[in-house]
Design a protein around this ligand. Structure first.
Ligand code: SF4
Ligand code: SF4
Length: 391
């Protein structure tokens, strides 16, 4: 494992993301604790020291799991990062906050109540890194509301030692949003976690976002480095070109080496859900192996061929609120496949499970209002249903 630095802290170049832990068959997001513990133990014994979680991951169980999983290790042997879920909260008055989106239905709380709950679930008395979760055009009014006072509260926790380093994650549409936020809070936030991979470099202006963050002298923590697994499987024609240069390398390794080429990157998070994945990724990060110019040009060509794809990262934020229980990310993957003719060409509505039938969408938009990628999901369902009906 090689290491970088964020705010003077030595961080492993590969970090363990805890949003896509292995789950129990047929039990939704319920974590398979035995398999997940094996992954954490492998990470700890192979030099990974950065562990990222959030209030909402795995329906709230990710924080509890990682707290249990890391309990047997000395507190100074790992760095724990979690996030304040302001992007899924609303003001109710008198300091009381309600939960929205997939957290809707939880008992009301306060900024302090949420933070203390997180410390308790993670079984720690401080977070090494703590982030505002998804500062975006949609969530900014909440985060900037002086009556709610999230940022003031977190700065106080930092002064008192319960947060060592303060940062933010962001799925903002525009790089300017991040730049303006960092300008307003110059010197307060120490790192920014963004969605970064060779496809989003152009597709979601990740290039502009990296430049905005670097302008403030901050490091980037990478999420979605392989786009929720979408960049793990490339069309055969593209894979053949990559293999011609590096016969043994997987598409994942290409995506991760592309990230190793960016000096602005501090940690690359990977939501590893199987032991094989962490074994391969640890090997990829055994020493830096940035792409050469010819390799970079090839990945740019691969990315350019995908620019018309719907940018779903399979985060599944949208699925819990769907009244028709549609498997939205899988339907979008099928839509991308059918539209680009690279897989699922035999997709047949007559054989599709109800959860995979876009005709069942009632257009309620519950999904679109929560999607961090701002995908117009009901429109896609309608277009896909039309495409499949006409075939
Ligand atoms: S718009 Fe369609 S896909 Fe989205 S939540 Fe409503 S029914 Fe589900
Ligand atoms: S459609 Fe949006 S919210 Fe749903 S899985 Fe894809 S990226 Fe996530």
């Amino acid at each position: 494992m090689y290491y970088n630095e964020i705010s003077g802290v030595k961080v492993s170049a590969l970090g363990m993301g805890n949003m896509r832990l292995p789950t129990l068959e047929g039990q939704g997001e319920k974590i398979d604790r035995e398999k997940a513990q094996q992954i954490i133990d492998y990470a700890m014994s192979h030099g990974i020291n950065y562990y990222d979680t959030a209030y909402r991951y795995h329906g709230g169980e990710s924080e509890r799991f990682i707290g249990e999983a890391l309990k047997k290790y000395p507190r100074d042997s790992f760095l724990l990062a979690s996030k304040f879920p302001g992007h899924m909260m609303e003001k109710k008055g008198g300091g009381i906050l309600g939960f929205t989106g997939m957290l809707a239905g939880r008992p009301d709380s306060t900024v302090e109540g949420v933070f203390r709950e997180q410390l308790q679930k993670c079984q720690v008395d401080y977070f090494d890194f703590y982030l505002l979760h998804n500062v975006s055009e949609k969530s900014l009014p909440f985060y900037l509301d002086p009556e709610i006072g999230v940022i003031d509260f977190l700065r106080k926790q930092k002064e008192e030692g319960q947060i060592r380093h303060l940062g933010l994650s962001s799925h903002a549409v525009s790089a300017e949003t991040i730049d303006e936020f960092l300008t307003k809070y110059e010197g307060v936030f120490e790192f920014v976690q963004i969605q970064l991979n060779y496809l989003d470099w152009k597709l979601q202006d990740a290039k502009g976002k990296v430049e905005a963050i670097a302008k403030h002298g901050l490091k980037v923590v990478v999420m979605e480095g392989v786009r929720g697994g979408r960049l793990a499987t490339l069309p055969e024609a593209q894979m053949a070109k990559l293999r011609a240069l590096r016969p043994r390398d997987s598409a994942v390794r290409w995506a991760l080496r592309w990230l190793q080429s960016l000096p602005e990157v501090g940690v690359v998070l990977s939501g590893m859900s199987a032991l094989e994945q962490i074994v391969e990724n640890v090997e990829t990060f055994s020493s830096p192996d940035p792409l050469g110019e010819e390799e970079k040009a090839l990945l740019t060509e691969v990315a350019d061929s995908m620019l018309s794809w719907v940018p779903c990262t399979a985060c599944r934020y949208c699925t819990e609120g769907c009244p028709m229980e549609l498997d939205i990310p899988k339907i979008i993957a099928a839509y991308n496949g059918v539209k680009n003719g690279d897989f699922m060409a035999g997709y047949d509505l007559n054989d599709a499970a109800p959860s995979m039938d876009p005709r069942r969408c009632v257009g309620c938009s519950a999904c679109a209002s929560i999607c961090p990628q701002n995908i117009a999901i009901p429109e896609i369902m309608s277009e896909f249903a039309g495409m499949l009906t006409r075939r």
